[in-house]
Design a protein around this ligand. Structure first.
Ligand code: ZN
Ligand code: ZN
Length: 190
């Protein structure tokens, strides 16, 4: 451990075929939001056992298991370009390892083209940033938030993702600051 190093590092990892440029664009805003360095790691293959033939989707839990645990204090965020599902849900935009330090986000449902709309890179970028901050937020002990304009609000549809935006509300910002302070002082955060 680097003592006195400012804060955690977030590593972005493409899992399977993912456009690396989309990930690079996230580095700066993620770095600003979480006050941490953001780097990119070489890609991982998509675990084939995550494929569910009946649903024609990939199991988010299994994809998440395929991503190595981040080092203490660090976070890892995987990106896939396939449709993810989880138990009891028709699909998920992403998933975080509860109480852990890794998460995964899917680009699949964030593209306008999937809904027969013209491609829009700015919209895709904003949605991806929203989902990335939301999932990383979970790895910093943040739960779902009731505020309609907080990134930590649960979203079930893209309309909800677009409406809430990618910013943390004041309460969640305070929780994140607290998690950071705990990490800096060596206190283990739940
Ligand atoms: Zn969530
Ligand atoms: Zn909030």
């Amino acid at each position: 451990m680097l003592s006195g190093s400012p804060l955690a590092v977030i590593t972005l990892i493409p899992v399977g075929e993912v456009d690396g440029a989309a990930l690079d664009i996230l580095r700066r805003p993620l770095s600003e939001c979480f006050a941490t360095d953001v780097c990119r790691a070489p890609g991982l293959p998509l675990p084939m056992e995550s494929w569910n033939r009946r649903r024609e989707q990939y199991a988010a839990e299994i994809v998440l298991q395929g991503i190595a645990d981040a080092a203490p204090g660090a976070r890892t965020l995987g990106f896939v370009n396939v449709d993810l599902f989880s138990h009891g849900l028709a699909f998920v935009f992403g998933m975080a390892d509860e109480g852990g330090r890794k998460a995964v986000v899917s680009l699949w449902r964030l593209r306008q083209e999937l809904y027969y709309l013209p491609r829009d890179d700015a919209v895709l970028r904003r949605r991806l940033l929203t989902e990335a901050i939301h999932e990383i937020g979970h790895t910093f002990s943040m739960d779902h938030c009731g505020s309609s304009v907080c990134v930590m609000r649960f979203s079930n549809t893209l309309e909800e993702t677009d409406a809430k935006g990618w910013r943390l509300c004041r309460g969640c910002r305070e929780k994140l600051d607290k998690a950071h302070r705990g990490a800096a002082s060596g206190v283990v955060q739940k």
